[in-house]
Ligand binder design. Structure first.
Ligand SMILES: Nc1ncnc2c1ncn2[C@@H]1O[C@H](COP(=O)(O)OP(=O)(O)O)[C@@H](O)[C@H]1O
Ligand SMILES: Nc1ccn([C@H]2C[C@H](O)[C@@H](COP(=O)(O)OP(=O)(O)O)O2)c(=O)n1
Ligand SMILES: [Mg+2]
Length: 231
């Protein structure tokens, strides 16, 4: 169903710009620009990491960070952190996540933007985002950048449910009722995004069944090729 994309790197990206009307929604962090390093402001290298709940995104991101030195931004972790802070969005995020729905894009993109701006690393692994076409468009408009590539951890539903139910991290959404909703939301809102990137030739579909190390052996060559291209 998913075509395996050939390596496609946009080496020359258009300059980063901020959509003026959307930028007015935010009070911090504009204009978006990276911290300088040795007097140079590098272009961001963005990888989106997608897959259903429990497909192993976070686990594989840990290994990618260790091996390839990316900055890992988990949209879910950022939202959970915001949820327990004094934020005005706290209760909305809790209700939304508890029901297995998607938090409004402006909130999530704002949290991602804040992390990107404060990072001294220009290589970003954005995990669990974009989860909908609305997420994707908000990111493009607000941050003004596109991913260089998109990983999709393809995992059977049965296996995802089993992993989520034994995750044991005390998450409010790791219960059978919420999982059912999350799987439905994944199918209806996230698969179209995955399809979108497949059509753009940016998608790398990874078989997410196997041990963590076996799966990472499928991931490794994708990043090795990316590093090679960037040289
Ligand atoms: N390949 C794997 N085989 C078995 N369990 C796994 C594998 N990869 C991750 N897990 C476990 O499954 C659960 C979900 O993994 P996680 O990385 O949190 O997935 P996601 O971020 O996609 O929801 C975690 O408890 C993790 O330890
Ligand atoms: N882009 C995103 C990412 C996560 N969320 C919310 C809704 C998701 O069900 C929860 C949990 O996301 P998270 O990526 O941590 O979940 P998994 O790692 O896939 O199990 O957070 C969101 O609203 N928008
Ligand atoms: Mg995760």
């Amino acid at each position: 169903m998913w075509r395996r994309a050939t390596l496609f790197l946009r080496v020359l990206e258009p300059p980063i710009h901020i959509n003026a009307s959307l930028s007015q929604t935010f009070t911090t962090g504009f204009p978006f620009h990276f911290q300088e390093k040795d007097g140079i402001c590098p272009k961001p290298l963005i990888t989106f990491v997608l897959g259903g709940p429990g497909s192993g995104k976070g686990t594989q991101c840990g290994k990618i960070v260790e091996t390839f030195g990316f900055k890992h931004l988990s949209a879910g972790d950022l939202l959970r952190r915001e949820m327990v802070s004094d934020s005005e969005y706290g209760s909305m995020i809790m209700n939304t996540i508890g029901e297995g729905r998607i938090v409004p894009s402006e909130v999530t993109v704002k949290l991602i933007l804040r992390e990107m701006e404060s990072s001294d690393n220009h290589k970003f692994l954005i995990d669990g985002f974009p989860r909908s076409q609305e997420n994707r468009i908000a990111f493009e408009q607000i941050i003004g950048a596109e991913p260089h590539m998109v990983l999709f951890f393809d995992c059977p539903e049965e296996e995802m449910v089993k992993r989520v139910l034994s995750r044991n991290q005390g998450r409010i959404d790791d219960n059978i009722n919420t999982i059912k909703n999350r799987l439905q939301v994944f199918e209806s809102l996230n698969l179209p995004v995955i399809d979108y990137y497949a059509k753009k030739g940016k998608l790398y579909r990874i078989n997410a069944v196997g041990t963590v190390d076996e799966i990472f052996e499928h991931v490794r060559p994708v990043f090795e090729a990316c590093e090679h291209e960037a040289r």
